[in-house]
Design a protein around this ligand. Structure first.
Ligand code: ADP
Length: 288
């Protein structure tokens, strides 16, 4: 049994009203422990509807989800256990910070689980360390006086402190400057390595996906359009274009070079890979 199994999941907003909208239809997916999944798709393709089912914010109209042994369908009522296992970091999560200190904000969730003081403290320290916020330096700061990127890390730590098995992040780099984006991505990557956790990352950035995700799920009009490694997905440039998506800029660049007769690897999906391929090409030219 996989960690999460999504079976024939369909969600209809405003069912039997004039505003009825089928947001996702007949989605079938299996997600394993410790995977790093990127979820992409044009606006309105159903990404947020899908992820909100995974932590019980929405219930299926038809179909079901089984997450770590907990089954959710249209008749499920108690979703608390599911929310403990699957942590969801919303877009712009810093808007949900509300406590006076960083420590209090991050400990809010674990305290609500009824954990003892010692356990709460341990979880807070651990979560802060995972997102690169030294406990002693940040615990008494007000979250509101931190920069955008740091605020966001506090918000992520608050979800991590619940010790979820799966961490879902909806556009975690949105609105940050390039440095802030890089920092958040490398923290997410560290969390994945350190915590042995499954990560599902929703992003519009093909560059981010190429760098960090091991599996890409592409949504279109509420359905799973592709589900493969980033390299395989980015090979299908025309199909991606047909659903309003592109490929990483570096991949486009290498494909242009190849078309112009340079014998480079046009399947590169990151700048580092492209550098290697160009070096290789230059070496081979020297030998001629
Ligand atoms: P994405 O996250 O990929 O942008 P969504 O899951 O938000 O996609 O939306 C999927 C479809 O469902 C869209 O057509 C959207 O307009 C519709 N939708 C989303 N939320 C609601 C809602 N609360 N009520 C009605 N329709 C909605």
């Amino acid at each position: 049994m996989s960690l999460i199994e999504i079976n024939n999941l369909t969600h209809v907003y405003g069912k039997d009203t004039p505003f009825e909208k089928v947001a996702i239809k007949d989605v079938n997916l299996k997600i394993e422990e410790n995977e790093f999944i990127g979820l992409i798709g044009h606006t309105g393709s159903g990404k947020s509807t899908l992820i909100q089912h995974l932590n019980g914010l929405l219930k299926p109209t038809t179909g079901s989800i089984v997450a770590d042994g907990i089954k959710i369908d249209k008749d499920s009522s108690n979703l608390t256990d599911l929310r403990k296992k699957i942590g969801l970091v919303f877009q712009y999560p810093e808007y949900q910070l509300f406590e006076e200190t960083v420590e209090r904000d991050i400990s809010f969730g674990p305290k609500n689980l009824g954990l003892g003081e010692k356990e709460v403290l341990e979880r807070v320290k651990n979560a802060m360390e995972s997102v690169g916020l030294p406990y002693d330096e940040f615990k008494d700061k007000s979250p509101f006086e931190l920069s955008g990127g740091l605020k966001r890390r506090v918000a992520i730590a608050g979800v991590l402190a619940m010790n979820p098995k799966v961490l879902i992040l909806d556009e975690p780099t949105a609105g940050l400057d390039p440095r802030g984006r890089d920092e958040i991505l490398s923290e997410v990557s560290n969390i994945h390595k350190k915590e042995n956790i499954t990560i599902i990352l929703v992003s519009h950035s093909m560059e981010d996906m190429a760098r960090i995700a091991k599996r890409l799920i592409v949504m279109d009009k509420g359905e799973v359009f592709m589900d493969s490694s980033p390299r395989e997905v980015f090979k299908k440039e025309d199909e991606l274009k047909s659903v309003g998506l592109g490929i990483p800029q570096i991949t486009s660049f290498m494909r242009v070079l190849k078309k112009r007769g340079f014998d480079v690897d046009d399947d590169c999906i990151t700048v580092d890979e492209a550098k290697e391929s160009l070096k290789e090409y230059l070496r081979s030219r020297k030998d001629v």
